[in-house]
Design a protein around this ligand. Structure first.
Ligand code: NAP
Length: 378
């Protein structure tokens, strides 16, 4: 996971990408900048956060928590929630420690989200940590999904907040779904230097082959990939992730088409390679022309992170509804002069330019001549 973008390119200042896949952890400087005392806690929490970033897009509706167990300043076990229904991070780390011949009693557990106290498909992690004799738990974030934000951990020193801002970024999709009732939404497009999304008459690629490949890999970190009916009809995209991770239905992110008009029977989206959801306003789906309703519906389906790939009508509507938390924008080094602008209608004058400040979540990448940016709301 973490090496993907290192393979794919360099940052614009020519440096090798630090070890992040272009999703997950923000750049190392941001991680290191956050004060966390004592220093050792920050060190171990970063390990747990890296594990958590590997589970993005795999565990919905659960958060992909990471955990490391440390005893006498040595890592004795590490675990993460790998997919929905599997062991939670804390129990995975305890099992890992025991499998390596270590006794977890007396250890400190670093977890990216407070240990759960409820029995779901897995027993409560708080209980497992207590039973194992762990003496200290350091959590990056409280869990807003728990009724009691401070877990009951008798006999354990409990602290929360270490690298909390980084954890809030990694678990941002889960936090959004729990607190706002909708997933974290990332809008994605590729555009020419003159701001076009598609060429008049169709055809032609904006992004380099390397940028397209990275874009396909990045889909793995999402629970759903969304396009409008226009894009489904004109491009006939497959919307698959490269080497999809085992999502809970086993086949990678869901593909979602927004449109009242049905898509063609021979569409590649109907190939069965990943789940296809047609949001038509029929069969219990919301009106596809109502982005907030679609976002809420995706939240109800358990999606934490979704990627809206367009096209122009969809981007205009979702920008107008102010739903984009992040933007993935690729700029190819070419001009087309005539074609479809990035967003139709008046949306460019709306939230994207009206008072919303965007910041680079990571340094931009230059991938075979295409600039790839990931921005988030400041
Ligand atoms: N460069 C890129 O990154 C990129 C990415 C994607 C697409 N594209 C290009 O974009 C072009 C397609 O864009 P497009 O703007 O024509 O189509 P689109 O945005 O993909 O789809 C528009 C259609 O989706 C439905 N729809 C969904 N949400 C809607 C809403 N909120 N309001 C109104 N209608 C909504 C409508 O169909 P119904 O009337 O059936 O409901 C509408 O006609 C293609 O040429 C494609 O190559 C480029």
């Amino acid at each position: 996971m973490i090496q993907d973008s290192a393979k794919a390119g360099r940052t614009l200042d020519g440096a090798r990408r630090p070890g992040s896949a272009g999703f997950g952890l923000p750049d190392n400087a941001a991680v290191q900048a956050e004060a966390c005392a004592p220093r050792a806690d920050a060190h171990w929490m970063r390990r747990a956060l890296r594990l958590a970033s590997m589970s993005l897009g795999m565990t919905a509706p659960n958060p992909g928590v990471g955990c490391v167990l440390v005893k006498n300043n040595e890592l004795i076990g590490a675990g993460r929630h790998r997919r929905w229904g599997d062991l939670h991070a804390e129990t995975a780390a305890l099992a890992d420690a025991r499998a390596r011949g270590h006794e977890p009693a007396g250890a400190t557990a670093y977890v990216t989200l407070a240990p759960c106290t409820r029995t779901g498909r897995q027993p409560p992690c708080a209980q497992a940590l207590v039973a194992a004799g762990v003496v200290r738990v350091v959590a990056a974030l409280a869990d807003p999904g728990q009724e009691d934000p401070s877990p009951h951990l008798p006999g354990i020193d409990y602290e929360v907040g270490c690298l909390g801002a980084v954890a809030a970024h990694i678990h941002g999709g889960f936090l959004s779904r729990i607190t706002k009732g909708r997933p974290r939404v990332t809008g994605k497009w590729a555009m020419t230097l003159d701001g076009l999304l598609a060429k008049t008459g169709g055809g032609g690629w904006i992004s380099s082959a390397g940028a397209l490949a990275l874009g396909r890999r990045r889909r793995r970190a999402f629970d759903a990939i969304i396009v409008g009916a226009g894009t489904a009809r004109i491009d006939d995209p497959a919307l698959l992730a490269t080497r999809p991770r085992p999502h809970h239905d086993g086949r990678g992110p869901r593909r979602v088409v927004l449109g009242r008009t049905p898509i063609a029977a021979e569409s590649r989206l109907r190939d069965g390679a990943a789940q296809l959801l047609l949001c038509t306003g029929q069969d219990g789906t919301p009106d596809p022309h109502d982005p907030p309703a679609v976002a809420r519906w995706l939240g109800q389906l358990g999606c934490n992170d979704v990627l809206v790939e367009g096209g122009a009508i969809v981007h205009a509507a979702w920008l107008q509804a102010d739903l984009y938390d992040r933007l993935d924008i690729s700029v190819g080094g070419l001009t087309w002069t005539t074609g479809l602008p990035v967003v139709q209608a008046d949306a460019l004058r709306l939230p994207i330019t009206a008072g919303v400040t965007w910041e680079h979540e990571q340094p931009p990448l230059l991938v075979d001549g295409t600039v790839m940016m990931r921005l988030r709301r400041r």
